[in-house]
Design a protein around this ligand. Structure first.
Ligand code: 2HG
Ligand code: ZN
Length: 453
């Protein structure tokens, strides 16, 4: 018996070894990847299957105890860590992978399976999971569903929402919602699994999901393109979209970001001098896509520099210039992360206006911009302002709204952008969202503080 009767019920649900209260053991669950968001939980609970999740939710509902669902804790908006006193529900032990169904090209996996394991599992069946990003080894399927993660291959395969064909989820009161048949034609009322994608743990706890797989591409080519400016990058993007069938990624980094990464990794930059804008382009196919890409690039007068790799090690080395941005920035300090989308036509103007806007509210701050150009998705990282100082967030998000962009592209709202939701959704829209929340979670115990103030 403990002093907290809820803990006794949680222990009964999952066993004493999976209810953590010792601060040394709970620490990894308390702080997000940026270190900007943290809080102390009432307990961290680690159920091993759906029935245990159900028992945990029933116990928390009976006690009126708020719950923060957590996957790999690679989120960047403060949505997966406690604010103070919640039960953290870690789903990483739900890591079962079912055999790939090659006839339907689908697989069912537990919420705790990492994105990288899901990818390897698909690959072993000569198929491919379409969502990919740098945190693949730690991020979980459940977490990516909760946030509707986009990543680097969105231009070809779509985001997480496009992959999900079914979900199993535990409701706030412990009941289980199961839609895992994998039927791609199934019009019986509302698309509840679709509603859970991107719901950030505010509606229910995703425990398993069935996802769509794609043909595995056996040949790949990656090119790094040096360019003068963002309008030139958009011109190249237009050429690529028109002519490269297997286009999988069009990512953008800027000279100062590349210089920082070079310093951090201790390697020479890919080009010297580093061009103002560098695009990373990947194309993949069942046949070698190199000639097709080379033919398009040969016709592009915008190109200043090109580096190409087809072998795995060479491709990964080129990708490091893009993927190492996040870890490099974290070394500089606690970043303010503004993950935003702009209409492509407005993207150069937005980027041009950004430095002065940041300088006005955070003099001397360091701004690093990179992202998924093909999706109009920029990651604006600002290092310098205090983690609790929201002025720079506000200034950047106002600028996004003024350019008719979205204040959250792929990381979600979390707690970080709650105050800014009205910049992206009007009164009617927010009222319906609240009603949906109320229907799933009338007692308000699911990830309170996230998405809604
Ligand atoms: C990426 O695209 C991730 O690498 C992280 O979305 C972005 O660190 C960031 O701001
Ligand atoms: Zn991203």
């Amino acid at each position: 018996m403990s002093a907290d009767p809820l803990l006794d019920r949680l222990v009964a649900a999952v066993g004493a070894s999976q209810v953590l209260t010792d601060p040394d053991l709970t620490a990894p669950y308390e702080t997000d990847w940026t270190r900007r968001y943290h809080g102390t939980p009432r307990a961290v609970v680690r159920p091993g299957d759906t029935e245990e999740v159900s028992a945990v939710m029933a116990a928390c509902a009976a006690a009126g105890a708020p719950v923060v669902p957590q996957g790999g804790n690679t989120g960047l908006v403060g949505g997966s860590v406690p604010r103070g006193g919640e039960v953290v529900l870690s789903l990483t032990r739900l890591d079962e992978l079912e055999p790939v169904d090659t006839v339907s090209a689908q697989v069912t996996a537990g919420a705790g399976v990492s994105v990288a394991r899901l990818q390897s599992h698909a690959q072993a069946a000569d198929l491919l999971y379409g969502v990919d990003f740098a945190a693949r080894d730690t991020a979980t399927l459940g977490g990516t569903i909760a946030t509707n993660a986009g990543g680097i291959r969105m231009i070809r395969y779509g985001g997480t929402r496009q992959q999900v064909v079914g979900v199993e989820a535990v409701l706030a009161d412990g009941r289980v919602l199961r839609r895992l048949s994998g039927l791609v034609k199934d019009n019986v009322g509302y698309d509840l699994p679709g509603l859970l994608v991107g719901s950030e743990g505010t509606l229910a706890v995703v425990t398993r999901a069935r996802v769509r797989l794609h043909p595995r591409q056996s040949h790949r080519v990656v090119a790094l393109l040096g360019l003068e400016d963002l309008p030139a990058a958009l011109a190249v993007l237009a050429r690529l979209r028109g002519a490269v069938g297997g286009l999988e990624a069009v990512e953008v980094v800027l000279a100062d970001g590349v210089a920082l990464v070079a310093d951090h990794l201790g390697v020479a930059p890919p080009f010297s001098p580093i061009p103002p804008v560098v695009l990373l382009v990947e194309s993949a196919g069942r046949r070698d896509p190199t000639d097709e890409l080379a033919a398009v690039l040969a016709e592009a007068p915008e190109l200043r520099e090109v580096a190409v790799a087809t072998d795995r090690a060479g491709r990964e080395a080129l990708w490091r210039w893009r993927e190492a941005h996040t870890e490099t920035i974290n070394v500089l300090g606690v970043p303010h992360k503004l993950d935003v989308t702009l209409p492509l036509s407005a993207l150069p103007d937005f980027a041009a206006a950004l430095p002065a806007i940041v300088e006005r509210v955070a003099p001397g701050a360091r701004t690093i911009v990179f992202g998924h150009l093909g999706d109009g998705n920029l990651h604006v990282n600002v290092v310098g302002p205090d983690p609790d100082d929201g002025r720079v967030d506000d200034a950047v998000l106002q600028l996004v709204a003024a350019h008719e962009g979205s204040i959250s592209a792929e990381h979600g709202i979390g707690t970080a952008k709650v105050a800014h939701v009205p910049l992206g959704r009007d009164d009617a829209d927010r009222a319906v969202m609240r009603a949906v929340k109320q229907a799933f979670d009338p007692a308000g115990i699911m990830n309170p503080g996230v998405l809604f103030a």
